[in-house]
Design a protein around this ligand. Structure first.
Ligand code: SF4
Ligand code: FES
Length: 146
């Protein structure tokens, strides 16, 4: 059976396909404050790939800090989407926010399970996440400073 926690959804406007990985979202709200014509959490489906021109959608998707949103050009196919990197691992502690780890990594969890993550992984630094060790955006509500 498919692992529900790793569900990926796709929305196409015929030219590009927006790929949405909810399990990577850190609720930074950049997408729906930046381009509400396309990203509207109050609607179902919440992504309307025809709501704006392709250039605007690409520019907005590229601002998603956690890579929960990505895209590929339909003419090139899914493996072309941006973000795959062979670079060494870089770690960045965001002011008053989570720990961004850039690179492909293997996470060993407290319950003994392991998980591969690619490109960017966002870890909780505030202790309030309900999805530890990952950030789920709770630092905003908690007013985390550090
Ligand atoms: S992390 Fe990405 S998908 Fe989630 S709210 Fe922020 S911009 Fe949108
Ligand atoms: S740092 Fe985001 S939930 Fe803790």
């Amino acid at each position: 059976m498919a692992d529900k926690s790793r569900i990926t959804k796709k929305y196409s406007n015929g030219e590009i396909t927006i790929v949405w990985k909810p399990y990577l979202c850190i609720h930074s709200q950049k997408c729906f404050t930046g381009l509400p014509e396309v990203f509207d959490p109050a609607k179902r489906p919440w992504i309307n790939a025809s709501g704006a021109e392709t250039k605007k959608i690409i520019s907005q998707v590229e601002q998603c800090p956690s890579k929960a949103l990505s895209f590929f050009k339909n003419s090139e196919g899914e493996n072309q989407f941006s973000g795959d990197s062979e670079t060494e691992t870089v770690i960045e502690a965001k002011p008053n926010g989570p720990l961004f780890v850039y690179g492909n990594i293997l996470i060993k969890k407290p319950d003994g399970s392991e998980e591969d993550r690619k490109n960017v992984t966002v870890f909780c630094r505030c202790g309030n996440s309900n999805n530890k060790p990952f950030c789920d955006g709770s630092h905003l509500k908690a007013g985390f400073k550090g």
